[in-house]
Design a protein around this ligand. Sequence first.
Ligand code: FMN
Ligand code: COI
Length: 357
Amino acid sequence: MENNLPVNVREYQELAKKALPKMAYDYINGGAEDEHTLRENIAAYGRIILRPRVLVDVSKIDMSTTLLGYNMPSPIIVAPTGGHKLAHPEGEKATARAAASCNAIMVLSSGSSYKIEDVASSCNAIRFYQLYVYKWREVSERLVRRAESCGFKALVLTVDTPMLGRREADIRNKMVFPPSANLEELKKINVDTTGGSQLEGFARATLDPSLSWKDIEWLKSITTMPILLKGIAVEAGVAGVIVSNHGARQLDYAPATIAALEEVVKAVAGAVPVLVDGGIRRGTDVFKALALGARAVMVGRPVFFGLAARGEAGARHVIEMLNGELEVAMALCGCRSVGEITRSHVMTEGDRIRSLL
Ligand SMILES: Cc1cc2nc3c(=O)[nH]c(=O)nc-3n(C[C@H](O)[C@H](O)[C@H](O)COP(=O)(O)O)c2cc1C
Ligand SMILES: CC(C)CC(=O)C(=O)O
């Protein structure tokens, strides 16, 4: 197999499907309800066309950028996804090493299989921590403090999950989530599993559905880390926003993220960086997101599939492939740096409709 490595993210997905038990694959791959948004997250990228420039000297391509003052060799970040032990016994430690070897920022999920401290000590890297707010604020507060003392550089507050979306495959499979090492103190909570998915029952029992704007102030009061809001379209005195629909796992019929990006970028008007995730499977997708105003992108399932198929090496290869594809896309579009990727390098559906009027 090592001589016959996958050449794109889709091939990793096929390998992951073969390697994983159905329950794990369905959990990772699935979306909410009709999975309309799940299909749209990808399809909407397909409707954006690139407009290349030629006869530009592209012998040197620089994909580097910055986020919150940190240098990144490329604008690709590993999105927070929970339960990496579902994919590999080394779980988030393997993912962290894969990201670190590419100098890519990884966002560690609140639902990680491994402890914050174990991931932090597994390798040296810039890491962010994704936070869920639990009904017991002190539980979240302790997580924030642990992440901060382990050297995590920013908090990614997920705001689209006051409760879990209805993932029907998980309900059918009676999905059981691997224990989250950081949430030991929530183990004793009574979880009602009559709905089918144990994860959904756990989320209902523990996540705080009252989370609202005022809680951003609370979070600021307990940490000096900058806060990025994930799953959102407005800004509230935070360090950045991430246009995300949680990989289409929460509200079905929410817009495809790439279709919502430009509007958010306009509203934020340069005050803070805007990131996007959901449906990125190609370097050209990253290029399109940057052209529409994203500072950086996050990828979720592709890295998870790489981890499932080939462990740390697979996760690393997925990041490398996406970087390589982005480099080719930039060269073939005549862009030598991310700063040279502009709005005029893409034609969206909206542009096409307007051009017909
Ligand atoms: C298996 C899985 C687990 C996830 N777990 C989390 C999580 O714990 N916290 C979170 O904020 N987002 C979570 N997400 C959402 C991702 O951070 C991200 O928004 C999404 O995966 C991006 O879409 P993509 O998978 O198409 O790249 C999860 C997504 C997947 C697929
Ligand atoms: C509830 C988390 C542990 C995982 C999550 O956010 C997800 O499955 O989308």
